[in-house]
Design a protein around this ligand. Structure first.
Ligand SMILES: *[C@@H]1O[C@H](CO)[C@@H](O)[C@H](O)[C@H]1NC(C)=O
Ligand SMILES: *[C@@H]1O[C@H](CO)[C@@H](O)[C@H](O)[C@H]1NC(C)=O
Ligand SMILES: *[C@@H]1O[C@H](CO)[C@@H](O)[C@H](O)[C@H]1NC(C)=O
Ligand SMILES: *[C@@H]1O[C@H](CO)[C@@H](O)[C@H](O)[C@H]1NC(C)=O
Ligand SMILES: *[C@@H]1O[C@H](CO)[C@@H](O)[C@H](O)[C@H]1NC(C)=O
Ligand SMILES: *[C@@H]1O[C@H](CO)[C@@H](O)[C@H](O)[C@H]1NC(C)=O
Length: 320
C-alpha cells in the first residue's frame, strides 16, 4: 500500500506526532508520588534525612556542595530529581551514595555556576539505569568525555544543554546496556565514526537541535537493534545515504529541519530494508532540481510500507 500525502495533510498529521515525541519523559511532569524537600544548604557529615519512606524524592532549591555523604541516608530512594539549584560542586561518589538509586535527574538550567560533570561524581553508580542531565541554557554545561564510562547498567540517557562539540568514542564507551540515547541542544559539531562502538543494544537515538553538518559513514554499523533514529533540527548537508549503512532493523527515520537535497531510494532499500516511516524535508528544492533526485519518485511510489512525508516543496505542483 502506498501513501503519498499532500503537504497540508502531512502538517496536520505531524502535529500530534511532534507533540508526543517532543515530550521528554519525567523531566517536567512532577508526579504526585514524589516527596519534595526544598531550600537547603547541605553540610559535610550531615546527610539529608527525610521522614517518610519514599522511593521517589525531588529536591528543589539546593545550594552549595553535594557532599559525598549527603544522600547516604536516603535508604529507600530509587528515583531522585534535583532541580532549581545553585549547586557549585558534587563530591566524589555523592550521587550514588543513595544506596538504591536507579534513576537520577539533575536540572542545572538556571544554575549559572554549574560544575563540570566528571567521572568521580558518578562513582558507585554501577546500578543506575536512567540518567537525565540538563545543563545551563545560556552557558552550556561541560561533561567530561569519560564521565559516564562506569555505568554498565544504564539503559536510558538524556542529555540537554551540554557542550558536546566533538563526540568521540570516549563519551559512551562502557554503556553496554544503553537502549535509548538523547542528545538535545548539545552543540555537536563533529561525530566520530566509532562513537557508538560497544552500544549494541541501542534501540533509539535522538539527536535534536545540535547543528552538526555531517553524519560519519559507519556510525551505525555497531547498532544493529536501532529502530528509531530521530535527527530533527540539525544541519545535515550533502547526505550521500551511505551514512545509514548497518541500520537493518530501523523502522523510523526523521530528517526534518536539516539541509537535505539528495535522495537515494536504492541505498535506503539496501541499508534500511525495514524502514516504515521516513520523515524528510528537502530544502528549497525547485522542480528542476527535483528531477535529479535519484529515484525519489520510484521509491516514494513503489515502496510497500513507506509513509513519506515531504516538506519544503509540493511535488504535485511540478509539471511532469
Ligand atoms: C540559594 O541561592 C539562591 C540564589 O543565590 C538564593 O536566592 C536562596 O535564598 C538560596 N537558598 C538557600 C537555602 O540558601
Ligand atoms: C520506613 O521503613 C522502614 C523499613 O522498611 C521501617 O522500619 C520504618 O518504620 C519506616 N518509617 C516510616 C516513617 O514509615
Ligand atoms: C560559563 O561556565 C563556565 C563553567 O561554569 C564558567 O567558567 C564561565 O565563566 C561561564 N561563562 C559565562 C559567560 O557565564
Ligand atoms: C526507548 O526506545 C524505544 C524504541 O524506540 C521506545 O519504544 C521506547 O519508548 C523508548 N523508551 C523511553 C523510555 O523513551
Ligand atoms: C547551518 O549551516 C549553515 C550553513 O553552513 C549556517 O549558516 C547555519 O548557522 C547552521 N545552522 C546551525 C543551527 O548550526
Ligand atoms: C557540501 O557540498 C558542497 C559542494 O560540493 C561544498 O561546497 C560544501 O562545503 C559541502 N558542505 C559540507 C558541510 O560538507
Amino acid at each position: 500500500m502506498v501513501t503519498n500525502l499532500a503537504v497540508f495533510e502531512v502538517i496536520i498529521l505531524l502535529l500530534p506526532f511532534l507533540t508526543k515525541y517532543g515530550q521528554c519523559r519525567g523531566i517536567w511532569d512532577d508526579g504526585p508520588t514524589y516527596l519534595e524537600v526544598s531550600n537547603l544548604v547541605l553540610e559535610k557529615g550531615k546527610p539529608l534525612v527525610v521522614q517518610q519512606n519514599s522511593t521517589q524524592l525531588q529536591i528543589k532549591g539546593l545550594n552549595g556542595t553535594l557532599y559525598s555523604d549527603s544522600l547516604s541516608q536516603l535508604s529507600q530512594v530509587s528515583d531522585l530529581k534535583i532541580f532549581i539549584n545553585q549547586i557549585i560542586d558534587i563530591e566524589t561518589g555523592a550521587i550514588c551514595s543513595a544506596p538504591k538509586l536507579k534513576r537520577f535527574e539533575i536540572d542545572l538550567s538556571y544554575n549559572a555556576h554549574a560544575p563540570v560533570l566528571t567521572k568521580n561524581m558518578f562513582e558507585g553508580c554501577d546500578n543506575l539505569e536512567e540518567l537525565f542531565l540538563v545543563g545551563n541554557y545560556d552557558n552550556l554545561t561541560t561533561l567530561d568525555s569519560d564521565a559516564l564510562q562506569s555505568l554498565p547498567n544504564l539503559k536510558y540517557l538524556y542529555i540537554r544543554n551540554f557542550n558536546l562539540k566533538h563526540l568521540t568514542q570516549d563519551y559512551f564507551k562502557g554503556l553496554k546496556s544503553l537502549t535509548n540515547l538523547t542528545l538535545f541542544r548539545c552543540s555537536i559539531e563533529e561525530i566520530d565514526s566509532n562513537a557508538f562502538v560497544g552500544l549494541a543494544n541501542l534501540e533509539e537515538v535522538r539527536f535534536e537541535f545540535n547543528g552538526f553538518e555531517r553524519l560519519p559513514n559507519s556510525l551505525f554499523k555497531n547498532t544493529p537493534k536501532l529502530v528509531n533514529l530521530l535527527l530533527f533540527g540539525n544541519n545535515i548537508t550533502n547526505l550521500t545515504w551511505d551514512e545509514f549503512d548497518g541500520l537493518a532493523s530501523l523502522e523510523r527515520l526523521e530528517l526534518i529541519r536539516n539541509q537535505i537535497n539528495t535522495f537515494d531510494g536504492n541505498k535506503i532499500t539496501k541499508f534500511m530494508p525495514n524502514l516504515k516511516v521516513l520523515l524528510i524535508e528537502f530544502k528549497t528544492l525547485e522542480c528542476d532540481q527535483r528531477k535529479k533526485l535519484n529515484n525519489y519518485d520510484e521509491y516514494a511510489g513503489s515502496h510497500e510500507v513507506l509513509f513519506l512525508y515531504k516538506f519544503g516543496f509540493d511535488p504535485d505542483s511540478c509539471e511532469s
